[in-house]
Design a protein around this ligand. Structure first.
Ligand code: F2R
Ligand code: MG
Ligand code: MG
Ligand code: MG
Length: 355
C-alpha cells in the first residue's frame, strides 16, 4: 500500500478546524449572502490574531472559537493516540469529561443526555445511553460524522475504517442513519488520503461501499421507519453524480436534494458534494482562493449547519490537497490551531506503523 504524506494528515485536521471555526460564525442562518461571507474572510486575511493574544488592528480581538465538532474530534484523536487503537470506554469517557469541562461549545440538544449518563458511576455499558435516545430509536444527528476524521487517519485498512467509524459513532448515535453517515464521512477521508484519485473514482468507490454498508437489516428498517427509501446515503451519492455532470446546479436544488441540516443524511452527502464540485473553479468565488478555500466558502454559503458541513468537507479537502492549501491567515484565526500540527504528526506515525 502506498504511504500518503504527512502533509495530507496536517491538511485534514487543519481543514476540519477551519471549517468548524469559520462555519460557526454563520451556523443556523437560513441564508448566507456570498458578499458578506467574502468580506468577513477579507477581514481575517487582513488581520489574523497574534498567537494567543489580541489581533493587531482587529475589532474582533481574539481567535474564532471552535465548537462541539472540534471538541469531539479532538477527543477522538486524543483517545486513539493515548490507547494506540480504538477503545470505546476511553473514548466515551473523554467525550463526557470534555463536555463537563466545557459544556458551552454548542452541543446538540439531545446528545448532552448521553454525556450525563456516561458520567454516572452506574454506567457500565458505554453504548447503552446512546441506544436509549429518542425512545430507543437512537440519534440520526450528524455528531458521529462531524468528529470521525481521526479514525481514517489511524487505520489504513478500509475494513477497519468502517468498523471503528461505526463504533465511535455508536457511543452517541445508535440510529443507523447517524452512524452510517459517520462511516460515509470516514470513507471519504480515507479515499482523499490516497494519491491522485479522480473525482469519478472517488464517487464510484463511495457508492459501492455504501451500497454494501446500507444493505443490512438494521439500516433497511431504520430508513423505512423514518419514511425514507432504501439505501438513502447511496441514493444521495448517485444524485451527486448527476449534479456533477451538469455545468451548474442551483443552490435551491442542492438544498432540496441534499440539504443543509443537522441530520447526518442532510449534511454528510452535502459535504461530499461540496468537496467534489469545488475541484473546479467557481465564477462567484475570486480566483485567488484555492480549491480547499473554495470548498469551505461554498459549504458556508449554503447556510444551515454550516460549521458541521464545512468541518466535514474541510477534513476531506485537507486530506486531498494537503496542508499547502491551508492559508496561514485563516488557520491562525482559529482557536488552538497549533495543536493540530502536533496531533497530525502523531496520527501519521500510528498510521505508518499499521501499514
Ligand atoms: N447544536 C448545534 N447547533 C444548534 C444551534 C445552531 C444555531 N446556533 C441555532 O440557534 O440555530 N450544533 C451541533 O449539533 C450538531 C450535532 O448534533 P449531534 O451531536 O448529532 O446531537 P443530537 O442531539 O444527537 O442530534 C441533533 C438533533 O437532531 C435531531 N434528531 C436526531 N435524532 C433524532 C431522532 N431519532 N428523532 C428526532 N430528532 C432527532 C434532534 O433535534 C437533535 O437534537 C452539529 O451541527 C453541531 O455543530
Ligand atoms: Mg458545532
Ligand atoms: Mg478494546
Ligand atoms: Mg453544526
Amino acid at each position: 500500500r502506498p504511504r500518503p504524506g504527512l502533509a495530507r494528515f496536517r491538511g485534514c485536521l487543519a481543514g476540519a478546524l477551519l471549517g468548524d471555526c469559520l462555519g460557526a460564525v454563520f451556523e443556523g442562518r437560513s441564508v448566507v449572502k456570498l458578499p458578506e461571507l467574502l468580506s468577513f474572510l477579507k477581514g481575517l486575511e487582513a488581520a489574523p490574531p497574534e498567537e494567543g493574544g489580541e489581533a493587531a488592528g482587529s475589532a474582533r480581538g481574539e481567535s474564532l472559537p471552535y465548537t462541539d465538532d472540534t471538541a469531539m474530534s479532538r477527543s477522538v484523536v486524543q483517545s486513539l493516540l493515548a490507547k494506540q487503537e480504538f477503545d470505546e470506554v476511553d473514548m466515551a469517557k473523554r467525550f463526557a469529561e470534555e463536555y463537563k469541562k466545557e459544556p458551552n461549545r454548542g452541543y446538540g440538544m439531545a446528545v448532552v443526555n448521553v454525556f450525563k449518563k456516561l458520567l454516572s458511576p452506574k454506567c457500565n455499558d458505554v453504548f447503552e445511553p446512546a441506544r436509549a435516545q429518542f425512545n430507543g430509536k437512537g440519534s440520526y444527528g450528524n455528531g458521529g460524522a462531524m468528529r470521525v476524521a481521526g479514525i481514517p487517519l489511524v487505520y489504513p485498512d478500509i475494513q477497519d475504517v468502517k468498523k471503528f467509524a461505526k463504533l465511535s459513532a455508536e457511543l452517541t448515535h445508535a440510529n443507523s442513519l447517524g452512524y452510517n453517515g459517520a462511516i460515509l464521512q470516514a470513507l471519504a477521508v480515507h479515499l482523499a488520503l490516497q494519491e491522485g484519485l479522480s473525482r469519478e473514482t472517488f464517487l464510484e468507490q463511495l457508492i459501492s461501499h455504501m451500497e454494501h454498508v446500507e444493505a443490512d437489516d438494521k439500516s433497511l428498517s431504520d430508513a423505512r421507519a423514518l419514511g425514507f427509501e432504501d439505501l438513502p446515503f447511496s441514493r444521495r451519492l448517485k444524485k451527486i453524480k448527476e449534479f456533477l455532470e451538469l455545468s451548474s446546479v442551483p443552490k435551491a436544488d442542492v438544498l432540496s436534494e441534499l440539504g443543509n441540516g443537522i441530520a447526518a443524511l442532510r449534511s454528510v452527502p452535502t459535504a461530499i458534494y461540496s468537496f467534489l464540485r469545488c475541484m473546479d473553479a467557481d465564477p462567484d468565488v475570486p480566483d485567488h482562493y484555492n480549491a480547499l478555500q473554495r470548498t469551505i466558502i461554498y459549504c458556508i454559503s449554503l447556510g444551515g449547519d454550516t460549521d458541521t458541513i464545512a468541518t466535514m468537507a474541510g477534513a476531506i479537502a485537507g486530506a486531498y490537497y494537503g496542508e499547502e492549501q491551508v492559508p496561514p491567515s485563516w488557520e491562525q484565526s482559529c482557536e488552538a490551531f497549533q495543536e493540530t500540527q502536533r496531533m497530525a504528526k502523531s496520527l501519521y506515525e500510528l498510521y505508518c506503523q499499521r501499514l
